[in-house]
Design a binder for this molecule. Sequence first.
Ligand SMILES: Cc1cc2nc3c(=O)[nH]c(=O)nc-3n(C[C@H](O)[C@H](O)[C@H](O)COP(=O)(O)O)c2cc1C
Length: 331
Amino acid sequence: MAGISDLPFRLLNRSFGCGLAFTEMISAAALAHKSKNTLKMLSATADDRPLGIQILGADPDIIKRALDIVSGNAFDIIDFNAACPASKVVSGGKGAGLLREPVKLQKLLKVIVENTGVPVTVKIRSGWDNASINAVEIALRAQDAGVRGLFIHGRTRMQGYSGQVDYNIIREVKESLKIPVIANGDALTPNLVRKLFDETGCDGVAVARGALGNPWIFRETAEHLKSGAVPFGPDVYEIARTMKEHLALIVSFHGEKTGVLLFRKFFGWYTGGMAVKELKGRAFRTGTYDEMLRLIGELHALPAECHSRGNGNPDSVLSLRLVRNPSFSPI
Ligand SMILES: Cc1cc2nc3c(=O)[nH]c(=O)nc-3n(C[C@H](O)[C@H](O)[C@H](O)COP(=O)(O)O)c2cc1C
């Protein structure tokens, strides 16, 4: 997730069972220019494996230069983005814009496969809009280009993040391909992850918004898939402990000023569903590590009824918020 899946976020989620993770989407052009902020996005540690890098672009020469630059970084997978719906991305013919140019997308994927030594995957959507659902054609072309796995968000570009996920198109793609298909879209709770598996027959599920302020989704989903049990959510002490851990990671990676600024939105997500409006307001104004730590500590002192994030409920309140308002997008 752009703006989210930095090294601290990935390490934290891995500690709760996230297996394969990806960098934020990285522009091939920005890589080719070796911009400082972009090169920082390539940071990874030995614990941050297996790790894919996701690249965005539409120009084969720029993409080749970008691949050259990342070749020393030992990524396990190169993923290509043909799914991002943002207007400034699709207007340049990139991201989901490539769903309207299947032949061009196939050629770009071939270029990537031929210019890297690691497996290449692609992330697509069901199509551009309801009148042009072409995921099966795109997926077959990707497979022909030598792509080794395909991630599909079961919504069109025009849907953005709202409306129903189309389980049927994911199943059609899965049934048409020989390579692994990883389903995506509203994987917000353990139940919804299982539903994606059951309805589509997919080989894996990719979690995105469900992990915002909710690394427990990985632990709870693993438990649910194994035993069918509906796990309890974390208590407020575990939430606070995890927030402190995340804050420490983010500040050590980005420095205090940027780290605390970035953590503000996570404070909101971690406390989603808790009756802590005033505390959240203070977190959004704070600029120091010590003050943020103190505010997290205040969660313990709140009356028990403020703590509830849905414990005892099959799905955490945070995730329920997303289920009820699936168009929720933090950007
Ligand atoms: C803040 C944010 C950033 C995202 N950035 C990316 C990205 O960089 N690359 C990508 O393939 N998808 C990105 N996505 C889309 C998600 O990967 C996923 O396809 C989408 O949110 C649907 O899954 P979900 O309903 O389980 O969240 C992003 C989504 C959000 C909310």
